[in-house]
Design a protein around this ligand. Structure first.
Ligand SMILES: O=C(O)CCC(=O)C(=O)O
Ligand SMILES: [Fe+2]
Length: 229
């Protein structure tokens, strides 16, 4: 059966890029690696912000992209999924899950993985898991999360995803989570609430959503339960 995520993750350091002192990003990490991590996380965060602005622009709201992008924070996280052959297959033929199915609580997540696949998306009808193959070391995966669903009044889809393990090597990944600022009120702009597309979510403070999500599990219905109208 599915292993608990914590048993396969090796001390994922959470890095607060917006902290006062970025040199404490990776305390206990050698200097040479610290610099690499800091610049990698910084570049991935920059890319995340550019993509978020592109999403806002794509709704004809370029005048709003600064206000959305400026009210964000970032987290950088590194994950290691052990290739544990004793748990590589289970009696019911289901893959071993290294990270349980969830929907992200970020606006966007920018992910990089080594060449060991394992990231899987659930199809929108909920019927099937689809493996996302990394096209190569120069590619990143960008995943939408629930705050973007709320901001876009339901236009953006935040996919349920998980990580399946059991390959020949450990899977390594790192990701930047582009989050609404903690006390930001996440709300769809008036342009996206129309007669044809009535309001789907009440405005909410991001920290309240996070508290609700952490208490209530990772189900894809979290946003609806918390703020659905
Ligand atoms: O490790 C991965 O590829 C996915 C990580 C992920 O989905 C998450 O941390 O939210
Ligand atoms: Fe995720």
């Amino acid at each position: 059966m599915a292993a608990s995520p914590s048993s396969t993750l090796v001390s994922p350091p959470r890095v607060d890029l917006d902290g006062e002192d970025t040199s404490t990003l990776v305390r206990g990490t050698p200097e040479w690696l610290r610099e690499t991590l800091t610049s990698t996380a910084g570049e991935m965060a920059r890319l995340g912000r550019v993509i978020l602005a592109m999403v806002v622009d794509s709704y004809g709201l370029s005048h709003r992209s600064d206000e959305v992008v400026d009210a964000t924070d970032t987290n950088f996280r590194m994950l290691r999924y052990h290739n544990d052959t004793t748990r590589a297959s289970s009696s019911d033929g289901q893959p071993t899950v290294g990270l349980a199915a969830h929907v992200d609580g970020s606006y966007l997540t920018v992910l990089f993985q080594n060449d060991v696949d394992g990231f899987e998306l659930r199809t929108r009808d909920g019927g099937e898991w689809v493996r996302v193959h990394s096209p190569g070391p120069e590619s990143l995966l960008v995943v939408a999360g629930q705050p973007l669903v709320a901001w876009s009044n339901g236009r953006v889809h935040a996919p349920v995803h998980r990580v399946a393990v059991g390959g020949r090597e450990d899977r390594l990944s790192c990701g930047v989570f582009l989050l609404p600022s903690k006390n930001l009120v996440v709300d769809a702009p008036p342009e996206l609430v129309t007669v044809d597309a009535p309001r789907r979510f009440r405005p909410f403070e991001y920290s309240d959503y996070l508290r609700f999500k952490h208490a209530g599990g990772n189900g894809e219905d979290v946003l609806d339960r918390f703020a659905g109208i």
